[in-house]
Write a protein that binds this ligand. Structure first.
Ligand code: ADP
Ligand code: MG
Length: 694
């Protein structure tokens, strides 16, 4: 008897699925019978009709039927079996490089064959190479398929045939699937039912347009993409709700007022209104006994670091440890210096950990964390490693969150779990992703926005200039340095390998040193030793260097207010948000500052428009929204985002309209349909990626 339980049986229970196939299916993320149902075809082949040979052109992939005119083995060049067939409208050659004597015998003259393959140009007219073929009793005995043939994504060793057979069996159980989308919603958006959508996609009949299947406009596809995106949203939402059930250390302490006053007095500036508001939101979270899960969004230069330091202050004053994680060593080092200075008067050590730290110093750092003598640690993702144990972790701060994945964020949180208490989490990001996308990435978080820059900032003046004017740019650097100002020259190189990237940057640095003998120039890139980078950054900060030639390693966080000129080579290669981040390294003080986007001609229309957006706006959110309109969300989120979610059906570039719908109905769905949340997450996120599990 079938029960809904059948759907959650492992694939091994299907006939024809042995241990090896099970392993291969696992590689595709397919474990349960239900997973096979949601493993949708990549594309389709049309065996629903027979094409007259006379109507074929090269490039078509079609079914034909024809009678063998002759068959021959060619020994010239590579040995091959050639078989010519015709159907009264034309003729075509079949070509086999691997063949058996048996094959030779069955295809003798006069035999009818059906053949399916791509048609190509051959020596003697059109041909098919290694077609899939069948011997027919006669012309009439071919029975066309009644639907398009699905072609599924595969993995090594798994054949299309095996997968098709397995999916077919799984589809026998399909009516057990619960349709969690209420009829009212289906009607509103004119989506088909779940069953109809599944059948349409695995076995589309003639009425289904191949074009709509391919461009994703088919309602069946939209419906499933919608359900998938909704499931991701619900999963984060669920995580947010269940996190509130956990207990967290309260940072309330009698010493707090004193500690706060002292900290604020020690700052060289007054906090902006926006900073104060966000700080109050953080403090309210941290003195409650449930874990804070808060995202602070603020444009580059809005002053997120000091907000994070304030949160750290709350934890330290209450006697809890703080972990600060940054995406690059450069940024981690800078934070380490800042936090060390801010908390120098505290009775605790501030320590630093990256993958580079080895041997005794590493052991000492780990020991200080484990025994609690270190209250604050700054590091890169090395903080995730198993060897890192905390004594009493109370707060996790993650800077530039967009560089980490959701999963990494969850992993660090789990690490800090102690005696039933969960640490508070503060996540900071400058990449202003549009609201609709934020909803998919950050629905598990409360959001605070620092929506104003510190006062007395002169906006960066951006210009777009062709690389042919390089000489005048070099002149400009001379004048700039005469004025005792500093600058960056950023090499954006597309080289796949980091080694090549750094070599190219070295070359640029050499050329600039020759062209600018009076300017103190240094190179900084990702492959340099940590100590070396540190020394250069320190020298730059101390104004012992005038120009820093850098790869995009300086994209995040680096803060040297006197550096007010940035030249970005080949900006057309980068995403707008990344360019905005880079540009955020300048304009960090009251003095004027400039960003020169030096492109390689010729520039495409879109590229010109995109750089124009950057020239005309200094507002990260405006830039992200415009970029979204121009390029679609897939590109805005970018492949650099290691935490990018992988979708089975949905495609953010194609399905941007669905994000709007989910924003409209998601919250209500969560409230009205609580019983659907877990099943939908299981269905679409699977067990392994269900990061909402708590
Ligand atoms: P981001 O938000 O990009 O991380 P930072 O925290 O690095 O920005 O701050 C940028 C610069 O602004 C730093 O030099 C910092 O000291 C300074 N800053 C932060 N808050 C204020 C403020 N309220 N007034 C003046 N300068 C500030
Ligand atoms: Mg920052």
């Amino acid at each position: 008897m079938k029960t809904p339980h059948t759907l959650t049986q492992p694939v091994a229970t299907l006939t024809g699925v042995g241990a090896q196939t099970v392993n291969r299916l696992h590689k595709l993320g397919i474990r349960l019978i239900q997973d096979l149902i949601f493993h949708l075809p990549l594309r389709y082949e049309d065996r629903t009709r027979v094409h007259p040979i006379g109507s074929l052109t090269a490039g078509m992939t079609v079914m034909i039927c024809g009678k063998v005119d002759f068959i021959d083995v060619l020994n010239k060049g590579r040995k091959s079996l050639i078989c010519r067939i015709s159907d009264g409208t034309g003729f075509l050659s079949l070509k086999f490089f691997h063949f058996s004597a048996d094959q030779h015998n069955t295809m003798k003259a006069g035999t009818w064959l059906s053949c399916f393959a791509e048609v190509r140009h051959g020596y003697a007219g059109l041909e098919m190479v290694h077609p899939e073929y069948r011997v027919l009793a006669n012309r009439e005995s071919y029975i066309p398929e009644n639907h398009l043939t699905p072609v599924y994504p595969l993995t090594e060793g798994l054949s299309q045939l095996t997968l098709r057979k397995a999916v077919k069996q799984a589809l026998n159980e399909v009516e057990l699937l619960e349709d969690w989308i209420p009829a009212e919603l289906l009607q509103r958006y004119q989506y088909p039912s779940l069953l109809e959508a599944i059948h349409t996609l695995h076995a589309p009949d003639e009425s289904v347009s191949m074009v709509a299947l391919q461009n994703g406009s088919l309602p069946a596809l939209k419906r499933l993409a919608f359900e998938e995106l909704l499931s991701h949203y619900l999963s984060l939402k669920k995580s947010k709700v269940s996190a509130k059930v956990w207990q967290a250390p309260s940072f309330f302490s009698p010493a707090l007022e004193n500690s706060k006053a002292h900290f604020l007095r020690s700052l060289p500036f007054a906090l902006t209104g926006a900073q104060q508001r966000v700080i109050a939101e953080i403090e309210a979270d941290c003195v409650s006994s449930h874990p804070m899960m808060r995202l602070v969004q603020g444009d580059v230069g809005s002053g997120k670091t000091v907000v994070a330091a304030y949160a750290a202050l709350l934890a330290l004053t209450a006697g809890y440890q703080v972990a600060v994680m940054a995406p690059t060593e450069l940024l981690a080092e800078q934070h380490y210096r800042n936090f060390s200075a801010w908390f120098a008067s505290f009775q605790t050590q501030v320590v630093y950990l990256t993958g580079q730290l080895k041997g005794k110093p590493r052991a000492a750092t780990l020991q200080a964390l484990a025994d609690g003598s270190a209250g604050l640690i700054v590091g890169t993702h090395a903080l995730f490693q198993d060897s890192v144990q905390f004594h009493k972790l109370g707060l996790i701060i993650i800077d530039e969150q967009h560089r980490f994945g959701v999963h990494q964020r969850m992993a660090l949180r789990d690490k800090g779990q102690q005696a039933g208490l969960r640490p508070h989490q503060l996540v900071m990001t400058a990449t202003p992703i549009p609201r609709t996308l934020a909803m998919l990435q950050y629905s598990d978080l409360d959001i605070s926005i620092i929506d104003a820059l510190p006062p007395n900032r002169t906006p960066v003046v951006t210009s777009v200039i062709p690389a042919e004017r390089r000489d005048s740019v070099i002149d400009r650097i001379n004048h700039w340095v005469d004025k005792k100002r500093q600058g960056y020259w950023v090499c954006t190189l597309i080289e796949e390998s980091e080694v090549l990237q750094c070599e190219a940057a070295e070359k640029t640095a050499e050329l600039l040193m020759q062209a600018l003998p009076a300017v103190r120039i240094a190179l900084i890139h990702g492959r340099m030793k940590s100590a070396e980078k540190d020394a250069i950054m320190q020298a730059f900060k101390n104004h012992e260097l005038d120009l820093l030639v850098a790869t995009t390693v300086i994209e995040v966080g680096v803060d040297v207010p006197n550096a007010g000129l940035m030249i970005i080579e080949n900006p057309e290669r980068l995403g707008l948000s990344q360019l905005h981040q880079l540009r955020g390294r300048v304009g960090r003080g009251a003095d004027d500052s400039y960003c020169l986007l030096m492109y390689q001609s010729p520039l495409s229309d879109t590229a010109r428009q995109r750089l124009g957006i950057l020239r005309d706006s200094n507002d990260g959110f405006v830039i992200a929204e415009k970029d979204l309109q121009l390029r679609g969300p897939g590109d805005v989120m970018g492949t650099r985002q290691t935490g990018q979610i992988h979708f089975k059906v949905a495609d953010l570039a194609r399905d941007a309209d669905l994000l709007d719908i989910i924003q409209q109905i998601g919250e209500q769905f969560f409230i009205d349909t609580p019983h659907a949340v877990q099943p939908l997450c299981d269905r679409w996120l699977g067990v392994s990626t269900n990061y909402a599990e708590v």
